[in-house]
Design a protein around this ligand. Structure first.
Ligand code: FAD
Length: 343
């Protein structure tokens, strides 16, 4: 069989990292990325990019932990390399704070031994937050976007991966050109494959210039957060289920700013505010599986990797590795059927 041709649809953090894992694990494959939008116009470009996992109720915790661990390990190595600044990856320390003390079960999230130096906050640290009773201090990683997506695109080009702007209306339109199609379309999968279990959770954030803010602060409910990046600080946020609007809401902008200033009053001096909106591709569980589509006796091999909701950056490398493994299974199945056909 000739080199298998793989099309990855989608160029957010999931599509680009999946294409990279496929190119790395199957150098004999010809990999192409097709997407109607590239950076800076994807949901991934809006994200804060913090490695703090969100829990998917329908995915076993040990699987989520594995995805997070693989992502953390990969980015930690990158943060220790000369490419860290170009890739927009850096370590950031800070606090997750709670108005009431969590139950003993909540005190230790499943990812507490993956991030660095996880510990309860001291009384002295808590003095900074008089309205909060309890908190956790740790160091994690942050991906700044667009730099991280541009770095992934550069790696893909170096690996010989082609990238084209194209909207795919139906996965079957790729059948004559590609052996395997990998669906990484985020919220676009709602229309592309008619997934009714996928819904948007709208998020509005502000990106401000406040270079004196060095530590992250996250209110334990996940609604209010301050995440410093290399150049700008992301202030959030909102979680509006089933709301599709991409237009910024001025009332929400003021509300986010006020909430963040109540946690870090020095933000009143922040400048050059940019407002961004993105739709988190949310689902009960990430859809990460093989599917064989069949039409009139013809088969199309598909691997789905979408529905990462509020935690796509936190698990992207782990899910990309698993998607690449599933592509490997599809290739083995294709090789099996082509050698049977020769007999
Ligand atoms: P996208 O980035 O949306 O990429 C999908 C791609 O598919 C796009 O390129 C699109 O153009 C393409 N596409 C769609 N349909 C088609 C089609 N029919 N044909 C061709 N191309 C198509 N996660 C974290 O881990 N940490 C955070 O701190 C964090 N903060 C966030 C803050 C906000 C405000 C938001 C909105 C999200 C945040 N997230 C965070 C979540 C994270 O952004 C998402 O989980 C992640 O970006 C999903 O990546 P994706 O590649 O699946 O989707």
């Amino acid at each position: 069989m000739a080199a298998p041709k793989v099309a990855v649809v989608g160029a957010g953090v999931v599509g680009l990292s999946t294409a990279l894992c496929i190119a790395e694990t199957c150098p004999s494959c010809s990999v192409t990325v097709l997407s109607d939008q590239f950076s800076p116009n994807t949901t991934s470009d809006v994200a804060a990019g913090m490695l703090i996992p969100h829990t998917y109720p329908g995915t076993p915790i040990h699987v989520q932990k594995q995805w997070f661990k693989e992502t953390f390990t990969y980015l930690f190595a990158l943060s220790n390399s000369t490419e860290a600044s170009e890739a927009g990856i850096h370590l950031v320390s800070g606090w997750q704070i709670f108005k009431t003390a969590p139950t003993p079960k909540e005190e230790l999230p499943f990812w507490s031994d993956v991030v660095l130096g996880f510990r309860p906050m001291s009384e002295a640290e808590l003095q900074k937050f008089p309205r909060h009773q309890f908190g956790q201090a740790f160091t994690t990683l942050k991906c700044d976007c667009p730099p991280y997506l541009l770095w992934l695109e550069k790696r893909l080009k170096a690996a010989g991966v082609q990238m084209y702007t194209r909207k795919v209306a139906d996965l079957w339109e790729l059948h004559s050109e590609y052996n395997i199609v990998v669906n990484c379309t985020g919220i676009g999968a709602h229309q592309l494959v008619g997934d009714e279990k996928l819904f948007p959770v709208r998020g509005q954030v502000l990106k401000v210039h406040a270079p004196w803010v060095k530590n992250f602060i996250r209110d334990g409910d996940g609604l209010t957060y301050i995440y410093p990046g290399i150049h700008r600080v992301t202030l959030g946020g909102t979680r509006e289920k089933e709301r599709w609007s991409l237009s910024p809401d001025p009332g929400t902008t003021k509300d986010i700013f006020d909430r963040c200033c109540s946690l870090e009053p020095s933000l009143r001096g922040a400048q050059d505010t940019k407002v961004k909106v993105g739709l988190r591709p949310s689902r009960w569980c990430v859809r990460l599986e093989r599917e064989v589509l069949s039409r009139g006796g013809v088969k199309l091999l598909v691997v789905h990797n979408y529905g990462h909701g509020a935690g796509g950056f936190s698990v992207h490398r782990g899910t990309a590795k698993e998607a690449a493994r599933l592509v490997g299974e599809c290739i083995a199945a294709l090789r099996g059927s082509s050698s049977r056909a020769k007999l």
